[in-house]
Design a binder for this molecule. Structure first.
Ligand code: CUA
Length: 187
C-alpha cells in the first residue's frame, strides 16, 4: 500500500482524493443556489463578517500552524540541527567519477551525524543513499567544476548495509554506478 502511495498514480489519486471535499462543497452550493434558493441571500452582514473571522482563524491555525509545526521535521532543518548539535561529526569525503565513487570511508556509526562532502571530477552524478528496506534517505547532486563540495549531514538510525546509487544520468554505465555503506552500532 505504502509503495503504491509513493508511485506516480498513487500521488495522483491522493491529490484527487484531497480535492473531493472542495469539489463536493462547490457542487452543493451551485446546485442549491440554482435550484432551491435562487433569491438574494438573507444572512445579515454582521453574521457574515463573524463567519469570515472564524474561517480566517481556522485557516491560520490549521494551515499555518501545521506548516510551522512541521518545519523541524524538514530534512534541511533536521540536518542543520544535527550539524550544530555539538556531537562530533563523522566525515566522509566522496569523489564521484564515471562510473563509481571514491570514499574516504564506507563505515559509519549509527546515532551519530555523518557529513558527506561530495565532489564530481567529470560530469554530473548523484549520490543517493537507500535504507536496507529500500527507502531512499537522501540524495546529493554532485556537479563538476564547483569550488566547494556539496554536503549533506545525515544521522543513520539503524545498523545495516545501505545501498548507494547514482541518480543522475551520467553516461553509458550510469546504471552500474553503485556502492555500499555499512552502518554499525555505536560503541
Ligand atoms: Cu553517475 Cu549516473
Amino acid at each position: 500500500m505504502q509503495d503504491f502511495l509513493f508511485s506516480g498514480w498513487g500521488a495522483f489519486w491522493v491529490t484527487l482524493f484531497m480535492l473531493m471535499p472542495f469539489a463536493a462543497m462547490l457542487a452543493y452550493i451551485v446546485y442549491r443556489k440554482s435550484v432551491f434558493d435562487t433569491g438574494p441571500g438573507t444572512t445579515p452582514v454582521k453574521t457574515l463578517s463573524k463567519m469570515e473571522g472564524i474561517w480566517l482563524t481556522f485557516v491560520f491555525v490549521f494551515f499555518v500552524g501545521i506548516n510551522l509545526g512541521s518545519l523541524k521535521y524538514m530534512p534541511y532543518i533536521a540536518e542543520a540541527r544535527a550539524a550544530t548539535s555539538g556531537l562530533p561529526l563523522q566525515e566522509i569525503d566522496v569523489t564521484a567519477k564515471s562510473w563509481g565513487y571514491e570514499m574516504s570511508s564506507r563505515q559509519v556509526e549509527a546515532g551519530r551525524p555523518v557529513r558527506f562532502s561530495g565532489r564530481s571530477v567529470d560530469t554530473q552524478h548523484g549520490f543517493a543513499v537507500y535504507h536496507p528496506d529500500g527507502r531512499m534517505l537522501f540524495t546529493m547532486l554532485l556537479m563538476d567544476g564547483l569550488k566547494q563540495p556539496t554536503t549533506v549531514v545525515h544521522t543513520f538510525k539503524e545498523p545495516g548495509t545501505y545501498k548507494v546509487r547514482c541518480l543522475e544520468y551520467c553516461g553509458i554505465a550510469h546504471h552500474v554506478m553503485l556502492d555500499e555503506l555499512t552502518v554499525v552500532k555505536s560503541n
